[in-house]
Design a binder for this molecule. Structure first.
Ligand SMILES: *[C@@H]1O[C@H](CO)[C@@H](O)[C@H](O)[C@H]1NC(C)=O
Ligand SMILES: *[C@@H]1O[C@H](CO)[C@@H](O)[C@H](O)[C@H]1NC(C)=O
Ligand SMILES: *[C@@H]1O[C@H](CO)[C@@H](O)[C@H](O)[C@H]1NC(C)=O
Ligand SMILES: *[C@@H]1O[C@H](CO)[C@@H](O)[C@H](O)[C@H]1NC(C)=O
Ligand SMILES: *[C@@H]1O[C@H](CO)[C@@H](O)[C@H](O)[C@H]1NC(C)=O
Ligand SMILES: *[C@@H]1O[C@H](CO)[C@@H](O)[C@H](O)[C@H]1NC(C)=O
Ligand SMILES: *[C@@H]1O[C@H](CO)[C@@H](O)[C@H](O)[C@H]1NC(C)=O
Ligand SMILES: *[C@@H]1O[C@H](CO)[C@@H](O)[C@H](O)[C@H]1NC(C)=O
Length: 631
């Protein structure tokens, strides 16, 4: 009895282990077949000892298997004279592959699309081949990559933003290709070495990459990063229309008498003098990317008169173009409309200068739009101070807000020891931004569109309410649909098809901003290591549908008592704004009313948000550890 039972168990065990090892062998056999398929269609010109009757793991050149010899984990065939395109469905079947080196061959064609199935890859070395075409944004799927070398090929097109999904990346070499366009604001937490040299990249180097040496970027058309406090160089621009260096203090004195915006400038100036010398990566705005504006182009007096900076009334402060172009500047960010700089003038006045690119309208239309934008005066709208238009250069000057934008207040240094953005401030940001947008929507007979609402375009005014910037510029652009960028998560679904922004799409973008304030999450983000991209709106909708509403709120908000009800109300407003159909969304004026009601409901035990911000003093504003200035 017992003997037969033991025999039965033994037979079962033998059967199990046999099928187990057959399963292993099958994986290895599949890998072997995939490799043989590959070299039968891309025959190496150097002798390669790969034969079907020898052992892949022990006999084949360039092959490494895992420790129990069940899978092929590395293929290294450097300089084996492999020519032509990589046939699809060959190497991509090596699903356990961690290292693939095919460097120094004659491989051509586009980046093999099926390589994106090799998700275990940690090292991909394709340098010194002849690959062509653009790098697909699916590259972001290879999330285990630590080494990526595509240098010395013929890749072109722009560097996809999705490459910043490669969070494990330690070394990235894209040098000696034909990549063009501007560098996206790439952030790699682990990157140690970077080489983007000898491409056709232009624009400026994003702040996130400025820690790398100049030789990482040489051989491009990138704006050089000049060390701190560069000596102002004469601007290679039309000569200044007015000389005002010595008149500035006069202007400031006059301005203080007049009050208004000059006071803001003066305060900023003092702040800047006080925190002077904090360094940073400075550039000179006037230094064109290619030096294409040669001094020979200096224009006559008449043209000079036509190409003056235009200042808006109410701002007695004046500087001229040369002051601006030779100012020490720091790149604040890049958006779909151009690059934004913080410029510190010689007298320590700070302004924000936006260099608008890809303008698709003529001078007349540009000026009309600027006039319309400049007319909007509201405490929750960042005012336009001045603009400049010439054939080669379009500049827009705004006030500088020293606390930084809401995106950085909300997301910067997460996980580190940071002062969280408290609930009161978030409410004020939402309410202020809503009021500002509603004001913008009233302009042009109620037809004006902001067009670019996102947290990085919202600032805190001196009453700590939200204040919106960067509006009305999308209609000036040659292309209305921004490239794959951080804007994507704010774009209403219909904008993707119609390529037109509307007031209803503004409401959608504002709804995304509300969800961002509530969740502390970016509109598009990657959850967990190697996981999928999460679309904030869809995520919130699905969590709320499952009635786990409390799960959506930012953990940083959990420390504030008695705010749950307000958060839920604001969530409902946000959800209404991101309704799929534009006609189902509330209008901005209604959104303002709804947000005002969030706090009105329990004004008894809380200070009201209804304090007009122009009479509020900082002491009246309830704050539990407000945000600290960015710098
Ligand atoms: C074979 O080794 C790898 C690691 O080298 C391991 O992940 C895998 O589970 C092992 N397989 C078996 C069947 O032992
Ligand atoms: C990737 O693998 C999946 C299944 O593993 C397969 O269906 C798909 O066709 C593969 N993609 C490519 C591009 O080979
Ligand atoms: C990254 O590698 C680990 C282990 O090699 C694997 O478990 C994981 O699935 C890989 N990631 C992806 C996205 O395939
Ligand atoms: C990239 O090169 C291919 C030819 O190799 C060309 O068809 C394509 O237009 C180029 N793309 C860009 C953005 O230059
Ligand atoms: C590419 O850059 C990395 C890091 O900078 C470097 O280790 C590698 O040798 C470079 N490759 C080539 C072909 O120069
Ligand atoms: C890289 O490209 C540049 C410009 O085409 C060239 O001068 C340089 O020699 C190339 N580097 C190598 C190592 O081929
Ligand atoms: C960068 O180059 C592209 C063409 O490759 C051009 O359209 C764009 O205007 C350039 N940007 C700047 C800032 O020079
Ligand atoms: C980048 O590559 C270029 C050309 O191959 C080389 O001259 C330069 O030193 C490299 N820079 C870095 C930081 O590796």
């Amino acid at each position: 009895m017992a003997a037969t039972r033991i025999a039965a168990v033994a037979i079962l065990l033998i059967f199990i282990s046999a099928s187990f090892s057959r399963c292993l062998a099958n994986h290895l056999a599949d890998d072997k077949l995939a490799l043989l398929d590959f070299i039968s269609r891309v025959p190496p010109s150097r002798n390669l000892n790969w034969r079907s009757d020898t052992s892949v793991c022990s006999d084949w050149t360039g092959i490494t298997c895992d420790s129990n010899r069940s899978r092929v984990t590395a293929v290294r065939l450097p300089g084996f004279g492999l020519n032509g395109q990589i046939p699809p469905n060959t190497l991509s079947r090596l699903s356990a592959l961690e290292i693939l080196s095919l460097r120094s061959n004659g491989l051509s064609g586009p980046f093999p699309a099926d390589f994106f199935n090799l998700t275990a890859l940690t090292g991909l070395h394709l340098q010194f081949n002849s690959f062509v075409g653009s790098l697909p944004s699916d590259i972001g799927l290879l999330s285990n990559l630590t080494l990526l070398d595509l240098s010395h090929n013929l890749f072109n097109g722009s560097i996809p933003f999705a490459i910043s999904n490669l969070a494990e990346l330690v070394s990235l070499n894209l040098s000696n290709n034909s990549f063009s366009g501007e560098l996206p604001d790439l952030e790699f937490p682990s990157l140690k070495s970077l080489n983007l040299s000898y491409n056709h990249l232009n624009g400026s180097i994003p702040a996130s990459l400025r820690g790398f040496p100049a030789s990482s970027f040489s051989g491009n058309d990138l704006v050089p990063v000049v060390p701190v406090n560069p000596v102002p160089t004469p601007a290679p621009f039309p000569p200044p229309s007015r000389k005002h260096h010595h008149k500035l203090s006069e202007g400031v004195i006059l301005g203080i008498a007049v009050g208004g915006c000059v006071l803001v400038f003066a305060v900023l100036a003092v702040v800047l003098v006080l925190c002077c010398g904090k360094g940073g990566d400075n550039v000179v705005i006037g230094k064109g990317s290619k030096g294409e504006r040669s001094p020979e182009k200096v224009v006559s007096g008449r043209q000079e008169e036509r190409n003056r900076m235009v200042f808006f009334p109410g701002c007695t402060f004046e500087f001229d173009l040369e002051d601006l172009l030779t100012a020490s500047a720091e790149i604040l960010g890049k958006g779909m409309c151009g690059t934004t700089y913080k410029a510190i003038l010689e007298d320590a006045t700070t302004v924000v200068v936006k260099r608008v690119k890809d303008v698709g309208v003529g001078k007349r239309d540009f000026e009309q739009q600027m006039e319309m934008i400049g007319r909007i005066r509201h405490e929750n709208v960042v005012e336009l101070r001045a603009y400049y238009y010439s054939k080669d250069e379009k500049l827009i000057v705004y006030d500088f807000y020293n606390q930084g934008n809401v995106s950085s207040l909300l997301h910067a240094k997460r996980g580190e020891d940071r002062t969280p953005l408290d609930w009161e401030t978030r409410l004020r940001i939402a309410l202020g931004a809503a009021r500002g947008i509603a004001r913008i929507h009233m302009e042009n007979n109620g037809k004006f569109i902001h067009g670019n609402i996102k947290s990085s375009n919202v600032f805190l005014n001196n009453q700590q309410y939200g204040c919106v910037s960067d509006f009305g510029l999308t209609s000036l652009m040659a292309t209305t649909v921004p490239p794959v960028s951080r804007n994507a998560g704010y774009r209403a679904p219909e904008v993707i098809d119609t390529r037109r922004t509307t007031q209803a799409s503004d409401v959608y973008s504002f709804g995304v901003l509300l969800l961002e304030l509530l969740t502390g999450k970016s509109p598009i983000h990657v959850a967990g290591a190697g996981e999928e991209m999460v679309h904030l709106v869809r995520w919130v909708q699905s969590v709320v549908r499952e009635e786990w509403t409390a799960e959506v709120f930012d953990l940083e908000l959990m420390r504030y008592p008695n705010i749950e009800e307000e958060m839920v109300e604001m969530l409902q407003i946000g959800m209404a704004c991101v309704a799929r159909m534009p006609e189902q969304r509330p209008r901005m004026a209604d959104v303002v009313r709804m947000l005002e009601d969030v706090r009105r409901a329990d004004t008894a035990n809380r200070p009201s948000l209804e304090i007009k911000s122009d009479v509020a003093t900082p002491s009246q504003i309830p704050s539990t550890g407000g945000p600290s200035p960015q710098n």
